[in-house]
Design a protein around this ligand. Sequence first.
Ligand SMILES: [Ca+2]
Ligand SMILES: [Ca+2]
Length: 424
Amino acid sequence: MWTDRAALLSILVLSSSVMACGQRAGSQSADRAGSEGPSDTAAAAACQALEKRQPNAPDQRPAFAGQTRVCGVKSNVAFDVAVVAKGLEHPWAVEPLPGGDLLVTEKPGRMRIVSSAGKVGQPLSGLPVVAAAGQGGLLDVALSPTFDADRTIFWSYSEPRRGGNATSVARGVLSADRASLGQVKVIFRAMPTYDGDNHFGSRLAFGPDSMLYITLGERSDAPMRPQAQQLDSHMGKIIRISPDGAVPKDNPFAGQANALPEIWSRGHRNVQAVAFDSQGQLWGIEHGTKGGDELNRVEKGKNYGWPVQAYGEEYSGSPIAGAATVREGMEQPVYYWDPVIAPSGAQFYTGDAFPAWKGNLFVGGMKDHKLVRLILNGDRVTGEEHLLEDRGQRVRDVRQGPEGALYIVTDEQKGELWKITPRR
Ligand SMILES: [Ca+2]
Ligand SMILES: [Ca+2]
């Protein structure tokens, strides 16, 4: 039955899609958008890009219309932000548990359960030691797709090793009293080991194929960068393994000489956000250099360019040596930000609490303190909104919980856990 509220929301959804079309990539996207609303020309006239600052690389041009600076949109959704917990030390990930409690990681190496009422539990025991320095530490956490039956969780971390460190992924079983992790086993070790403290990635996501996807960085330093292109290194890759750590036979480079079989895609800089959409398509969002953060539609075996194809410039203001914005045989980002958002954490919204947000991609933004909402139409971004900027905290992770609430943790010395629900 159509209530006034439902009718209003449907109007808001419609107005979002109408506003989000100024820089559509020609008629192909417009066709996919369907026939509702006024013509592209009329809508384009009404469109204003959200980003109005000077780009860091003003001479670069997007490869297609709508690849950057799409229309700003407003969902006009009224919501409440409840501060569920405070005083978390650089929380890196939040993962809703069945029943409404939340798993939270803190970068120095602690994992805790925060109750739905906001009670912060003691750190779980049983976790391996992490190399907590710079961008390293305890990073993402994900639940087993069959968590109800096996109580298994997966987490990524920078692992201290002889000669340095690198990202590893472990799994363990949550004890019945929820105080510890048992049967802990490291199921993936990114190689090579390197003595540094930047660009570990990493996010974890299970695909509809029940495989575990792991995002990594390339360790940032100049000597390591080229490894993002090399198939004999895990650096700058997205990885696909089975939940027990085995390599799936249908991985793109399995069986190829001098290639690491866990690799799913390559040419990434530092992927700190990943999500599957409702069609089962994987999307990754990665940190670029100054002016080069990007959203990619991640596909099997493809090359996403870094460090030879990139937008933006070095932090020094120099051009990225050896890079062009377009290269044959490499994938263009679906979208890029110049200036950057410093992305971390992503969630496709599928809940019923916010009908106007259904299908939208939420991405945490640490720079300028915002939650980014993207409207996607096929493989194009057609609208962008920035939320929560008034709260002044670095948004580190965003996840959808039971009943369609969004949960956020903020990357601060005294970080917070927020719950976003429709305004009552
Ligand atoms: Ca996670
Ligand atoms: Ca790229």
